[in-house]
Design a protein around this ligand. Structure first.
Ligand SMILES: NC(=O)c1ccc[n+]([C@@H]2O[C@H](COP(=O)([O-])OP(=O)(O)OC[C@H]3O[C@@H](n4cnc5c(N)ncnc54)[C@H](OP(=O)(O)O)[C@@H]3O)[C@@H](O)[C@H]2O)c1
Length: 371
């Protein structure tokens, strides 16, 4: 009988909010097969079904429930695993991901630890697929090429902060067509973005919390690396300025962002709308399994997008834009909304891994093909 050749993958921090989303999205993935689940000492040695307080609708995938959680270290992970998806807490992710890459694993990380390293791609496949050119530079610089093991060696690729991801997906067509001079963004971020158990209910009910530690710095810097260009052995950042204010709101999933932009060249309102609706990137050409088509949905109703109504657009992978209009201070303003734990976290990392397969970085010429 014909079977799909699947790449064995592991999930680091599999019991957390993002880890669970990885388990859910990878359970039926056509190219990847879950072969390792890791978490903290609290969970190691337990069945995943017993270690994990499952929070997502639809129930825990039965095969994952029966797996045993292993430690987050190279020797504990099945040696047939080539690719690790990391949902590790930020502070721990840095050294652990480096140790795993040095041991020969490819790591697709959600954590912020390595996002701004000059030799690590900060990747959104429909925005900057060419930034994977940093991978061989990273491997050579860090000594992670392991030809003696008959494989291409380990490396780290990161995906951006969840608010940055949807913001930059919306900014990309405008930057390409008109050039960005300045971006102002005020976020209204969902509770699942704080992990589990996250923000205490008595803090957030009947309230908005006008502070998320470290968030504004990420939103102000990551877009400039993402929209930068590969220049010899690093990325030259794009030269626009971003100002961000981040707020936590009592929404379960889906970040809403109020964005104002100043452009380098003049454009009419219909030019800007056309840039959103006609945008097709590398993703649509490659036909990756998790890619949304279209990647950007432009709403014309005056009260959209809304988190509850629009976060599952494109199976949670699309970016919704709405309320596009002229701005008396900047040139234009609009709302951006997207799912924070799907496209903004696990789904974004899975899409990165699909791009790496398509570009040959995972040595998986047969991945997804019938054998
Ligand atoms: N939530 C989002 O929307 C979002 C979006 C983008 C990026 N991120 C990033 O993704 C990462 C995970 O976030 P999260 O919200 O899923 O966090 P979380 O719910 O707190 O989950 C943390 C995970 O890490 C494991 N862990 C904790 N300490 C560990 C240790 N010493 N060794 C090994 N594993 C350990 C936990 O295992 P136990 O259950 O055993 O404790 C759990 O599986 C963070 O870096 C975050 O910044 C999150």
């Amino acid at each position: 009988m014909l079977a799909d050749a699947k790449l064995k993958v592991g999930i680091l921090g599999a019991t957390g909010a993002v880890g669970q989303r990885f388990v859910q999205l990878l359970a039926e993935h056509p190219w990847f097969e879950i072969a390792a689940l890791t978490a903290s000492d609290r969970s190691v040695g337990k069945r995943y079904g017993a270690a994990c307080n499952w929070l997502l609708s639809g129930g825990m995938p039965p095969a994952a429930a029966e797996m045993t959680v292993v430690a987050t270290e190279p020797a504990a992970i099945d040696p047939d695993v080539r690719l690790l998806f990391s949902a590790m807490p930020g502070g721990l992710a840095g050294p652990l991901e480096e140790a795993l890459a040095a041991a020969g694993f490819a790591v697709c990380s959600n954590a912020s630890a390595h996002r701004m390293d000059p030799d690590v791609p900060l990747l959104i496949p429909d925005v900057n697929p060419d930034h994977t050119a940093l991978i061989p530079i990273q491997q050579a610089r860090r000594g992670w090429v392991r030809p003696e093991r008959g494989q291409r060696g380990g490396f780290i690729v990161t995906n951006p902060n969840c608010s940055t991801t949807h913001l930059v997906c919306a900014l990309k067509p405008l930057h390409d067509a008109f050039g960005l001079a300045a971006v102002n963004v005020v976020t209204m971020q969902a509770l699942s973005g704080a992990g589990y158990p996250g923000v205490a209910s008595l803090d957030i009910l009947d309230n908005v919390i006008p502070y998320i530690g470290g968030e504004e710095e990420k939103i102000e810097s990551e877009p400039r690396k993402l929209l930068g260009v590969v220049a010899s052995d690093t990325i030259t950042w794009a030269d626009f300025v971003v100002s961000a204010q981040a707020n936590r709101v009592a929404v379960r999933d889906g970040h809403l962002e109020a964005v104002s932009i100043k452009l380098k060249t003049s454009a009419s309102l219909s030019d800007v709308a056309e840039a959103f609706t006609s945008y097709r990137g590398e993703l649509q050409r490659l036909g990756l399994p998790t890619a949304p088509d279209p990647a950007i949905i432009l709403h014309t109703a005056p009260d959209r997008p809304q988190p509850r109504l629009d976060r599952l657009a494109g199976r949670g992978m699309a970016t919704s834009v709405g309320r596009l209009r002229a701005d008396p201070l900047f040139d234009y303003k609009f709302l951006v909304m997207g799912h924070n734990t799907v496209r903004g976290a696990a789904g974004g990392a899975i899409l990165n891994a699909e791009l790496l397969v398509a570009q040959g970085y995972l040595g998986g010429e047969n991945v997804g093909r019938k054998t």
